[in-house]
Design a binder for this molecule. Structure first.
Ligand code: 13P
Length: 252
């Protein structure tokens, strides 16, 4: 039985004061959950250190939203895996569609980031997902498998051992309308089957999250699907009550 996993992606939101408030509101209710779900919060890089301090003694773990795929050196403005580890991050989101789509991040760059995260001991949360146009053209399967294969092809199936994958259909992100549980389950099953072609144990152990307009209202139904192991939550993770309810929905 895989442990459930819910991660908050705060994206480019928050301030030192706002984050403190949000964490103060989240910590007590999340501490009283049943312990069947791993919960991760990913603030901006600037707020990572304070988030790590604020989470001391809490079961909620800190993560980052991105990293650069090389270790140290001349890369102005970028942040390496070892810097994230040094500041207390345990997880890192890799290949989010906002970075792939709006910042031109390629499959190869994502694979390099994934490997750098692993090498430093971070758990990567690898995002895959198709745009509306790709879905309408019948290319959903080809797109998500290409994005997954870009990592396993470069770094081997072992790279996925203990890793987390997030299926985030781009058309559902921030739209207020999530994929249906059936739509999401179909893609999750496809991704797990791809892992299984190379390793049954890694396929069985991989946590595959759904992301895209998750809310307290739809979380339980999504998490009830056999291959949906939790969620990567954007907008709803900025509201303490809503995020707590989503985590509670995964804690069963
Ligand atoms: P929303 O939950 O706001 O749709 O964002 C999802 C997402 O992109 C999480 O990484």
């Amino acid at each position: 039985m895989r442990r459930r996993f819910v991660a908050a992606n705060w994206k480019m939101n928050g301030s030192r004061a706002r984050n403190r408030q949000l964490l103060d509101a989240l910590k007590p209710p999340l501490r009283s959950l049943g312990g069947r779900v791993d919960i991760v919060v990913c603030p901006s890089h600037l707020h990572l250190g304070e988030t790590v301090s604020a989470l001391a003694g809490s079961p909620v773990r800190p993560g980052a939203q991105d990293l650069f795929g090389l270790e140290n050196g001349a890369m102005t403005g970028e942040i390496s895996a070892s810097m994230l580890v040094d500041c207390g991050a345990e997880f890192v989101i890799v290949g989010h569609s906002e970075r792939r789509g709006r910042l031109g991040e390629t499959d190869a760059a994502v694979a390099a980031k994934f490997a750098a995260a692993r090498a430093a001991g971070l758990v990567p949360i690898l995002c895959v997902g198709e745009t509306r146009a790709e879905r309408d053209a019948g290319n959903t399967e080809a797109v998500v498998l290409r994005q997954l294969d870009a990592v396993t092809g470069e770094h081997g199936i072992e790279a996925m051992d203990g890793a987390v994958i997030a299926y985030e259909p781009v058309w559902a992100i921030g739209s207020g309308t999530a994929a249906t549980p059936e739509q999401a389950q179909a893609v999750h099953a496809l991704l797990r089957a791809r892992l299984r072609e190379q390793s049954g144990a890694i396929a069985d152990g991989a946590r595959i999250l759904y992301g895209g307009s998750i809310s307290a209202a739809n979380a339980r139904e999504l998490f009830a699907q056999p291959d949906i192991d939790g969620g990567l939550v954007g907008g709803a993770s900025l509201k303490a009550e809503e995020f707590t309810a989503i985590c509670a929905g995964a804690d069963s």
